[in-house]
Design a binder for this molecule. Structure first.
Ligand code: HEC
Ligand code: HEC
Length: 408
């Protein structure tokens, strides 16, 4: 029953989290000299940990707004034809609907665009983990010839010619001349504001575990798997608050024990999809957010070696970022190469198609170290997809705070 410990397993992640919070990352240090800024308020639900902002880049209203403007501005690409948003569209939970993204020059990028959500609690980015901070990350898409294909040194020259930008950078950071570290800071601030915690799953779970705002005794006493079962048991619906539409939704899924067990295996790897607290930790709230790089048996030998390209370690071959299960209804096609067009295909992969990759994760192996077969029938697959869809938050894709600014 390895699959049941997805909360308890988070305890051992506290040490690396503490380390990453104190490290400022490799990006050049740029001080914020502006005195007239307003701190940005994330307004998170009560049960979440604060967003982990880098010490040298505290978010402000002005910085976030500037980051949003830059995110939607093609000035960051070499030919001024593509913005970040070109490949990260809000209506698709900031993905682009393609198997491989298309860059400013019309060429295919190497991988599938990634959903941008709840990034502020993570410590590694990209399918292969090559960026450690969001401030460090932004030069990759900007300079990649298959993506925005820009000259990093030219961009500040362009921006400094624009009086509006000069004023906005001055307001946000107190600088007179725009330079790339400030572009990166503003984008980093904006990216961290893209948070999503209003999926049906959140509402059910929040109400069940923190009924009327109080952490429930049951959350301390029963095992995590039991908690998951109870939270999704329609007979506990009185704890879902008064949202009858939601109760109907869960009733309609009515997942069997086998499906809930399968789902808890999924969450063992995809735990960054959950909310950022840990219930199995003596009632205290713990971070549950660090990302993992793993192999999920897509193929025995792949073209793309994933994390290995960064670390050159044999044990990292074919490992990819375990992505969030949030907002899957918006983010097809799936996987680093966009090979699956539907959730049905994804579930069939896990159910019957796992391949014996040399680094296939042990969670997806049976006792004889062969790729696991979940053997779900059609009804069980439907239930599993129903559970996955409970993680989709439609408020994210319409929230005007993340949309293109109206005036430019
Ligand atoms: C040509 C399409 C394209 C453009 C333009 C683009 N991206 Fe991306 N983005 C991608 C792809 C593809 C990936 C995955 C790349 C990889 O893992 O190698 C990605 C990954 C990311 C990630 C990592 C998410 C995670 O969960 O690890 C972030 C953050 C991101 N992009 C932000 C940006 C920002 C900010 C810009 C603008 C400066 C931008 N992107 C421009 C296609 C694009
Ligand atoms: C051993 C860890 C592990 C387990 C267990 C696991 N996954 Fe994954 N999952 C991954 C990794 C790693 C990826 C990315 C793989 C890639 O693109 O190469 C992934 C990708 C996905 C994606 C694609 C998301 C996207 O944005 O492209 C979905 C959907 C998914 N998994 C669902 C599930 C479901 C459902 C289960 C349970 C039946 C499950 N996973 C079990 C590690 C795991």
């Amino acid at each position: 029953m390895r699959g049941v410990n997805f909360f308890i397993g988070t305890v051992c992640l506290l040490v690396p989290l503490a380390l990453f919070l104190t490290a400022s990352g490799p990006s050049p240090v740029a001080e914020n000299n502006s005195t007239n800024t307003t701190p940005y308020n994330f307004n998170l639900p009560y049960n979440l940990l604060p967003v982990q902002n880098p010490k040298d880049n505290p978010p402000t209203e002005e910085g976030v707004e500037l980051g949003r403007k830059l995110f939607y501005d093609p000035v960051l690409s070499g030919n001024h034809k593509q913005s970040c948003a070109g490949c990260h569209k809000q209506e698709l939970s900031f993905t682009d609907g393609l198997d491989y993204s298309i860059g400013a020059l019309g060429k295919k990028a190497r991988r599938n665009s990634m959903a941008l959500v709840n990034l502020g609690w993570q410590d590694k980015y990209f399918w292969d983990g090559r960026a450690r901070t969001l401030e460090d990350l932004v030069h990759f898409p900007i300079t990649d010839s298959l993506e925005m294909n820009a000259d990093y040194n030219q961009i500040p020259k362009q921006l400094n010619k624009d009086k509006n930008y000069v004023a906005l950078f001055h307001k946000a950071f107190g600088v007179d001349t725009i330079s790339m570290p400030y572009v990166a800071k503003a984008l980093g601030q904006f990216l961290r504001t893209i948070v999503s915690f209003n999926a049906p799953f959140d509402i059910i779970y929040r109400d069940y575990v923190f009924y009327k705002g109080e952490l429930q005794d049951e959350a301390r006493e029963v095992t995590d798997l039991q908690l998951l079962h109870n939270a999704f048991d329609p007979s506990n619906e009185k704890k879902y608050g008064h949202d009858t539409a939601l109760i109907q939704k869960i009733r309609a899924i009515s997942p069997s024990s086998k499906v809930l067990n399968t789902f808890s295996v999924c969450l063992n790897c995809h735990y960054n999809s959950l909310q950022l607290f840990c219930i199995g930790c003596n009632g205290t709230i713990q971070p549950n957010a660090l990302v993992q790089y793993q192999n999920n048996g897509l193929e025995t030998v792949g073209k793309d070696k994933g994390l290995y390209q960064v670390t050159k370690k044999e044990e990292d071959k074919y490992l990819f970022k375990t992505p969030t299960l949030r907002n899957l209804v918006f983010t097809a096609p799936y996987m680093h190469d966009g090979r699956f067009k539907t959730l049905e295909e994804v579930v069939e992969h896990y159910n019957s198609g796992l391949q014996a990759n040399q680094n296939l994760d042990s969670l997806l192996m049976d006792d004889k170290k062969a790729p696991l077969r979940f053997n779900l029938n059609a009804e069980e697959k439907r239930q599993l997809i129903g559970l996955l869809k409970l993680f989709s938050d439609s408020s994210l894709v319409t929230n005007s705070k993340f949309s293109a600014p109206t005036s430019r």
